[in-house]
Ligand binder design. Structure first.
Ligand code: PMP
Length: 399
């Protein structure tokens, strides 16, 4: 400890700072992945002691595929036939049939010439942005941390525009055009579905603004992949106008990993220049196989997901809650951070796991419970969640 202190690594003090500013986090053990799981109250317990089974409304396993036996079988078969790990970078001897097959399927799903898988969505964003290394990046103010980190690492000048505001983006580009050299490379980057607000970027308007100034457009479909056929880009028929389509295999597809889809030269360049791809072991083949099975099964999981989303949203609104967004992610906005915490605590007591999202993650006065129903919740599960919201909201004085 003394050694750390004298060299400036006072980690206890840094943790205390985090505690004071509400940024201290703990691990959250669960005994399995699915619509319900047993959670542990004491994450530091060794091993964690799991309590009663609770309904999970906090995961990004939107289609319920992460706990699906068919994905498990695909992963197990590939582990036996190919290997549990890739054993090397894809550029050395780690490029297996599982990767190639998945990439062909992803390219078809995204109506793109080619796709490339990374070991995570985080690695895909950081690798892509640093490899493209644009002169200037225009970034939505609520973009994911992996976009922010990639943009910073890329060394680009970063212009942050108002959330989901294509007019603000256009104005920002107009201002920059006055000072920029004519041959500067510009990239606009945005999430499609935003994870904390459950809203969707105005992609067509963003493409229009980008066209005006000759900028490339990159869209991160992490929360849309699998949930929407072809992602939001596909839904809106923008495949030919979005230069870089990025996504994750780790949320709705129930596996692990990230990907980029686009034109042949983009993918060929990224596999040469994206350092998180080049200098990292290839995605584990069982994860690639599970993701491919997840992609095949996604269409049939969508109907139950949307019926759960509709039942939950309308039930919450009938109770008097304010639910933001227009996607499968339901932010229940309660305002005060103390109220949000009290609500989350009481929900947990009633067997519902759904986190309170507070400042600094979201702006002051917009603390919320982020609800993510899954395709594998039953109607009775949704009703149990609603009943818990009714009791807990009354106790906290919100209803
Ligand atoms: N992009 C967005 C918008 C995300 O929400 C996330 C994960 N939270 C990622 C990228 C990173 O994906 P992964 O979890 O596969 O690293």
């Amino acid at each position: 400890m003394q050694r750390y202190d004298t060299r400036g690594f006072d980690l206890e003090a840094r943790l205390a700072d985090r505690e004071d500013t509400g940024l201290r986090r703990d691990l959250a053990p669960v005994d399995s992945v699915g619509a319900s799981a047993r959670t542990a109250v004491d994450p530091k317990g060794e091993p964690p002691a799991f309590g009663d089974e609770k309904l999970v409304f906090a995961a990004n396993n939107y289609l319920g595929l992460a706990g699906d036996d068919r994905l498990a079988a695909a992963a197990a078969d590939t582990a036996s036939a190919v290997g549990t790990g890739a054993g090397a970078s894809r550029l050395v001897v780690g490029d297996t049939p599982a990767h190639r097959s998945l990439e062909r399927r992803l390219a078809a799903e995204k109506s793109a010439e080619r796709a490339l898988v990374f070991s995570s969505g985080y690695a895909a964003n950081v690798g892509t942005l640093t490899a493209l290394s644009p002169d200037r990046i225009f970034s939505d103010e609520l973009n994911h941390a992996s976009i922010i980190d990639g943009a910073r690492l890329s060394g680009a000048d970063i212009e942050v525009y108002d959330h989901c505001d294509a007019a603000a983006l256009e104005a920002c580009m107009r201002d920059c055009a006055d000072e920029a050299a004519a041959d500067e490379s510009w990239l606009v980057v945005t999430d499609s579905v935003f994870s904390m607000d459950g809203d969707v970027a105005p992609l067509a308007d963003i493409c229009d603004a980008a066209d005006t100034y000759g900028a490339w457009v990159m869209v991160d479909e992490a929360h849309a992949t699998g949930v929407y056929d072809g992602g939001i880009v596909g839904q809106r028929g923008l495949e030919d106008r979005v230069d870089v389509q990025l996504g994750t295999l780790s949320k709705a597809l129930g596996a692990q990993g990230g990907f980029v889809a686009g034109d042949e030269p983009l993918v060929e360049y990224l596999l040469n220049a994206a350092r998180s791809f080049v200098f990292s072991t290839g995605l584990a083949p069982p994860a690639a196989a599970a993701a491919e099975r997840g992609l095949a099964l996604a269409p049939q999981q969508r109907k139950p997901l949307w019926s759960n989303v509709d039942r939950l949203r309308s039930g919450l609104e009938a109770l008097g809650y304010e639910v933001w967004g227009d996607t499968h992610i339901l932010p229940v906005v309660v305002g005060d951070r103390g109220d949000a915490l009290a609500l989350a605590d009481r929900l947990e007591d009633a067997g519902i796991v759904a986190p309170a999202i507070r400042p600094p993650t979201v702006p002051e006065g917009t603390s919320r419970i982020r609800l993510a129903p899954q395709a594998t919740h039953t109607a009775a599960d949704i009703d149990r969640c609603l009943a818990a919201f009714e009791v807990a909201g009354t106790e906290v004085g919100l209803l």
